[in-house]
Design a protein around this ligand. Structure first.
Ligand code: B12
Length: 287
């Protein structure tokens, strides 16, 4: 969507910006949220000046970069159709969108990260633009929770597990869907996963890591707000009481690798595919 109504620059939609950068829509959205990519609002849409894209491209370690084949227009269309069904509270209709994407060739991981993840980002944009209410947001989240459960069996893997990953969010962080989405993806990659969900006290995180069989990594997800203090407390407690277990932090609330390092942990990126890649790297190091 180009906009020539406001000056000579032809502003482009955030999706177009994501396509030009070679990243997923949600990654581009995070660049905007974290100030890395300047953007302006036009109603519910974000618009980007294409001349700002080069600064993002040239910055080192662009996170969340996806393979070119994973940004196809049908996926975007699926996210929009899913958004519509989520807000309507229509679980059967939402599942039909998921099934259509799977039969169109999307992998279960692509469905979770790209289609469901993007539909949730659209819910957030709608809420922020005042077009969706808090009850719409809750209704959509409830349907997604049930979709994640229905998708679970598609991520089953036979054979020995590659290690256990313990996931949770710090106390005060109530966004629990990312841990549920990431759980499916990691299980699909052959890991045992302990999903502790949202709003977790420090001691509970440490206790769960201590109980886990063959623990490989503890990952702390942050979606919104500043939870640096509580994240640091979990990282410190884990370093102290489970020094052999790697600690990762990630999600939209952790801006980049530098931020993760200031929190005392490794960076697990901004989506579940990046988290899985970080865990795979740890697993390779351990072998
Ligand atoms: C659903 C939702 C809610 C639900 C959460 C329900 C639930 N059970 O999770 C409810 C209604 C409770 C809620 C509450 C609030 N929300 Co809310 N919410 C959302 C929404 C729409 C979707 C969140 C989500 O699940 N996203 C989908 C996943 C896929 O997101 P993701 O970040 O990409 O997740 C990946 C990463 O975390 C990655 N990852 C990388 N490393 C690691 C490591 C680990 C351990 C994990 C788990 C994951 C992980 O893997 C995940 C999967 O790919 C977002 C919009 C958005 N853009 O996300 C707003 C959003 C996050 N919420 C927002 C806000 C402001 C709030 C509230 C303050 C107000 C409100 N809207 O009611 C409260 C705050 C509550 C709190 N104290 O935490 C803002 C945050 C703005 C900001 N940057 O700070 C957003 C962005 C909406 C917006 N556009 O403004 N919210």
């Amino acid at each position: 969507m180009a906009d020539s109504t406001n000056g000579p620059a032809a502003f482009i939609s955030l999706q177009e910006a994501a396509d030009r950068l070679g990243v997923h829509y949600m990654t581009a959205y995070r660049y905007v949220r974290t100030g890395r990519l300047p953007a302006r609002r036009a109603g519910a849409q974000w618009q980007v000046d294409p001349s700002d894209l080069s600064a993002v491209t040239s910055s080192a370690g662009t996170p969340g970069r996806l393979r070119a084949g994973r940004r196809s227009p049908p996926r975007r269309e699926s996210s929009r159709r899913l958004l519509d069904r989520l807000v309507a509270g229509d679980e059967a209709g939402a599942w039909a969108v998921v099934e259509a994407a799977l039969s169109g060739g999307a992998t279960p991981e692509e469905v979770v990260v790209e289609i469901v993840g993007s539909a949730l980002a659209l819910v957030g944009e709608g809420w922020e633009a005042g077009e969706l209410s808090v009850d719409d947001e809750h209704r959509a989240a409830g349907v997604v929770m049930r979709l994640i459960g229905r998708l679970g069996p598609l991520f089953g893997r036979r054979g020995p597990k590659k290690g256990t990953v313990i996931l949770g969010t710090p106390s005060g962080e109530r966004h629990g869907l990312p841990t549920a989405l990431a759980t499916n993806v990691l299980r699909g990659r052959g890991y045992e996963v302990v999903d502790l969900g949202a709003d977790l006290p420090v001691d509970a995180f440490v206790a769960a890591v201590a109980k886990a069989e063959n623990p490989l990594a503890a990952a702390i997800g942050v979606t919104a707000g500043n939870h640096d203090r509580t994240v640091r407390a979990i990282v410190r407690a884990l370093r102290d009481q489970a020094p052999a277990v790697a600690v990762l932090v990630g999600g939209a609330g952790v801006a980049d690798e530098g931020h993760a390092s200031r929190l005392g942990a490794g960076w697990s990126g901004t989506d579940a595919t990046a988290l899985a890649a970080a865990v795979d790297a740890l697993q390779r190091e351990r072998r």
